[in-house]
Design a protein around this ligand. Structure first.
Ligand SMILES: [Zn+2]
Length: 383
């Protein structure tokens, strides 16, 4: 499966799509209410087929006649989304009872129409008319065709973002992970994540956090302040909310671009790339909530995706490995290393270390040594 995302032209006609999203939200909320009621009466989960049947019946009543505007496939999709969400909830409940996880998944719940974002069509309800035109339901829409799609179309999703722009997301059945032929060079590297320096490589290369991150963050902060000053229910508040959404989208796009470029660069250059397993909650404790803005996790997903495509290897070392505290020369642990120490000297061998570089070298050593069946263990300091 491969997904393509296209922006739809701004048009008055788009209100048909907005209306369809609104109907999908109504059906969602109606179904959630049914689920809850059913559970109260029977103590059981309402199954998908019963719900589908019920909604088909409702659509014939005058009160719900407008639901027919939404393609029947999109209606089914709402029902399936709810079912999937409940299944996740129940399997999580089971896992928690068996003490297998601590993560809590909440059941699907009511959604405000404004926050409901999309509907999906599978086999019917749309038609590609050639060029940049697509028919959704009874109307034709134009989109910015930035690339050609490959493979057979499996689903078409219409999505509204927070700025109010409409997007067309097309998934096709083409395999996206066919490895590209890339010359193997035998290079390997370890990377340490950081707050100021985004990535520090074990060979000494650095990738900083670009300046626009910082600028973007201050813009977001300002837009947030502006929004909080506006009174509820006023037109100006709506404007401020859209402005905030627009700034958020811009920052996210810039970050995504930067991450893709960086991920492409390192997956081109190295055959084996080692990272520390992310421990987001520990990082948050150390660095504050700022780290969510840096998007380490989504960056790693991109690296893994590209590595798979290019036939490269990404390796993660355990999150409890003391990569910062261990001297990479003699293996002795520096137990008194504090977070604010950017550099330190090893008591045992007198080597002076840059904190991040030392960590990256250790990550590299562990990541590449476990490949050959040898593990590197820190040596506890004697005496
Ligand atoms: Zn040492």
């Amino acid at each position: 499966m491969k997904a393509y995302k296209f922006k739809l032209y701004h048009s008055k006609r788009n209100h048909y799509l907005v209306e369809q999203i609104r109907i999908a939200a109504q059906i969602w909320n109606h179904s959630i209410a049914l689920h809850k009621r059913y559970y109260r009466f029977y103590g059981k989960h309402l199954n998908v087929y019963k719900l589908k049947k019920h909604i088909t019946k409702l659509k014939k009543l005058p009160k719900y006649k407008h639901w027919n505007q939404l393609g029947s496939q999109a209606v089914q999709d709402v029902v399936l989304r709810i079912n999937k969400s409940y299944n996740l909830f129940f399997s999580n409940l089971k896992a928690r009872k068996a003490n297998k996880t601590k993560r809590v998944v909440s059941p699907p719940n009511f959604k405000k129409s404004r926050k409901y974002k999309s509907f999906t069509l599978t086999q019917a309800g749309y038609e590609f008319l050639g060029g940049n035109k697509v028919r959704i339901g009874l109307h034709t829409f134009k989109f910015f065709k930035s690339r050609n799609t490959q493979g057979n179309v499996k689903t078409v999703t219409i999505k509204r973002d927070r700025v109010g722009d409409m997007w067309l997301i097309v998934t096709t059945d083409i395999e996206d992970t066919q490895p590209q032929i890339n010359p193997r060079n035998g290079n390997s590297i370890g990377f340490d994540f950081g707050l100021k320096t985004f990535l520090t490589g074990s060979n000494g290369c650095c990738f900083g956090s670009p300046l626009f991150f910082k600028r973007g963050l201050s813009k977001i902060r300002r837009a947030n302040q502006q929004l909080s000053r506006k009174k509820r229910g006023r037109q100006n508040r709506l404007k401020a909310r859209l402005h905030l959404a627009r700034v958020h989208r811009k920052v996210a796009n810039q970050r995504n671009d930067y991450h893709w470029k960086l991920a492409n660069q390192i997956t081109d250059k190295y055959d084996v790339i080692c990272f520390e397993t992310l421990n987001i909650s520990a990082m948050q404790k150390l660095w504050g909530r700022k780290i969510t803005d840096l998007g380490f996790y989504s960056f790693l997903q991109k690296v893994e995706y590209l590595a798979k495509k290019k036939g490269k290897i990404v390796r993660f070392i355990g999150k409890w490995f003391p990569s910062s505290k261990m001297c990479h020369v003699c293996g002795v642990l520096n137990k008194s290393l504090e977070l604010r120490d950017r550099g330190w000297a090893c008591d045992s061998c007198d080597t002076y270390h840059d904190r991040d570089l030392n960590a990256a070298i250790n990550i590299h050593a562990v990541g590449t040594s476990t490949a050959n069946g040898v593990t590197v263990r820190p040596i506890a300091m004697v005496g």
